[in-house]
Design a binder for this molecule. Structure first.
Ligand code: MN3
Length: 205
């Protein structure tokens, strides 16, 4: 078995004008598959590792054989991060979270507007390439965090609820160098029902 990029459940032009068709063609059609190709190349001959899920490999990164650990960290991390992001995006999305996730965001950050502001600020402040997340730990605490390159909070035992890519390739075709504009527009493509599903799954462990 080799890892594969799942098709998007919407067309490449479905997120316009927030993310252009060309931007998504490059990001989902070229960048993400490049990570998967390198991951598969690194795991050739490791049938035991190929049989595991990408979440399992990234969660247990530090117990993987040293010969493949860096390749899995970078390219497996790239596969998992992108997969998690596509899963919470959609057309006709945006708005606000509802139910328990909304309550938890309000209790943690004060209100939804403050949460968005802090998430955008964290994404803008991440130096160089990386990611910005809303995560939940094993005790149910929410936090905004960032990683560099393709590191993922799943390695640290946390669950990803909301995720955005701040590598230049994620926004340059639509926004050129204006990362803050992209971070602000991101909310229009977040499908909060999908984020709530991730929250419920995280609660279940
Ligand atoms: Mn990317």
């Amino acid at each position: 078995m080799t890892f594969e990029v799942a098709p998007l459940p919407f067309e490449y032009d479905a997120l316009e004008p927030h993310i252009t068709k060309r931007n998504l063609e490059l990001h989902h059609g070229v960048h993400h598959p490049a990570y998967v190709g390198k991951l598969n190349a690194a795991l050739e001959g490791h049938a035991d590792l190929q049989a595991r899920s990408i979440e399992d490999l990234i969660a247990n990164l530090n117990s993987l054989p040293e010969a493949v650990r860096t390749a899995v960290r970078n390219n497996g991390g790239g596969h998992l991060n992108h997969t998690l992001m596509w899963e919470i995006m959609g057309p006709n999305a945006g708005g606000e979270p509802t139910g328990e996730l909304a309550d938890k965001i309000n209790a943690t950050f004060g209100d939804f507007a403050t949460f968005k502001q802090k998430f955008e600020a964290a994404g803008a402040a991440q130096f160089g390439s990386g990611w910005v997340y809303l995560t939940m730990d094993g005790s149910g605490n929410l936090a905004i965090e960032t990683t560099g390159n393709q590191d993922c909070p799943v390695t640290e035992g946390r669950h990803v609820i909301v995720i955005n890519d701040v590598w230049e390739h994620a926004y340059y075709p639509t926004y050129e160098n204006r990362r803050p504009a992209y971070l602000e527009a991101f909310w229009n493509v977040v499908d909060w029902s999908k984020c709530s599903a991730k929250y419920e799954a995280a609660k279940a462990g």
